[in-house]
Design a protein around this ligand. Structure first.
Ligand SMILES: [Mn+2]
Length: 265
């Protein structure tokens, strides 16, 4: 049975309403099996950049050390902002690991290119080992083992960093085996699946900080992830980016979120 680690980290988000991510994490946690779920005692305060180009580094580091203590095999991490995946991957063996990044945004900024200084927009870049030295993964995950799914809001500065990554668009998921094929082709023996819920179309799920049109459906993504798991064992997964503005909004979207949880758990 999967274990769930709920990480209500908001400090990596660029949003003025980043703290809604805490409400999102709590809402999801309320529907998970209690005996299999741990809630991380994440700092609530903003924290300090400590002279780096990344905002709130001190809090991000605190969360990272707490996550390291809580990770076990096949943990499903519930965010929080997207950079919870950097903390999770930092804590596990990355030999033979592929990373699937399902997100409307590729999160490939560096401190130099980021307009906001928010770490969530640098999360995948940090997993590739590039960016602020205090936060990047070492050893990194290689570009050859990284698959980006559903990215469609890409900043100019992120384009060069996409080189060498495998990319699947929303339309590619019409073939239920496309994701499994892409990951199998990397030669990896285990896979981490990161899902920012903004990869979904706003008609499917509205409670995100930066909605992007023309996303995928929960049905297509779930089917692709299930087909992937039949081919490559899951090392773990992340569901991130749920930011409901009210409890009523949270209830509206929870069915969709739980469908994604069921696909990875
Ligand atoms: Mn995103």
């Amino acid at each position: 049975m999967a274990r769930f680690l709920v990480v209500p980290q908001w400090q990596g988000s660029p949003s003025a309403r980043a703290m809604l991510l805490i409400d999102g994490a709590s809402a999801i946690a309320g529907d998970l099996p209690r005996a299999a779920t741990s809630m991380l005692d994440a700092p609530v305060e903003a924290g300090d950049s400590l002279g780096t180009g990344v905002r709130r580094v001190s809090s991000l580091q605190q969360v990272r050390s707490l996550v390291a203590k809580e990770m076990s095999p096949e943990t499903i991490v519930i965010g929080g902002d997207c950079s919870v995946s950097v903390a999770a991957l930092d804590a596990i063996d990355r030999d033979d690991l592929a990373v699937v990044w399902c997100d409307a945004h590729p999160d490939l900024h560096t401190p130099e290119s980021s307009p906001s200084g928010a770490f969530s927009g640098m999360a995948l870049r940090a997993i590739l080992g590039e960016g602020e030295p205090q936060l990047v993964l070492s050893p990194p995950v290689s570009r050859a083992r990284t698959v980006v799914v559903g990215a469609r809001a890409i900043d100019d500065d992120e384009n060069d960093a996409l080189a060498g990554l495998t990319r699947l668009g929303v339309d590619d998921l019409a073939d239920v085996n496309a994701l499994a094929d892409a990951v199998a082709a990397t030669g990896a023996r285990r896979v981490w699946v990161h899902i920012d819920v903004d990869v979904l179309d706003p008609a499917e799920l509205s409670a995100v900080s930066e909605a992007a049109p023309f996303g995928t459906t929960a049905a297509a993504l779930s089917a692709a992830v299930r087909a992937l798991r039949e081919r490559v064992p899951l090392a773990g997964a992340t569901i991130a980016g749920f930011a409901p503005r009210s409890p009523i909004d949270a209830v509206d979207d929870l069915g969709t979120i739980l469908r994604l949880v069921a696909a990875v758990a």
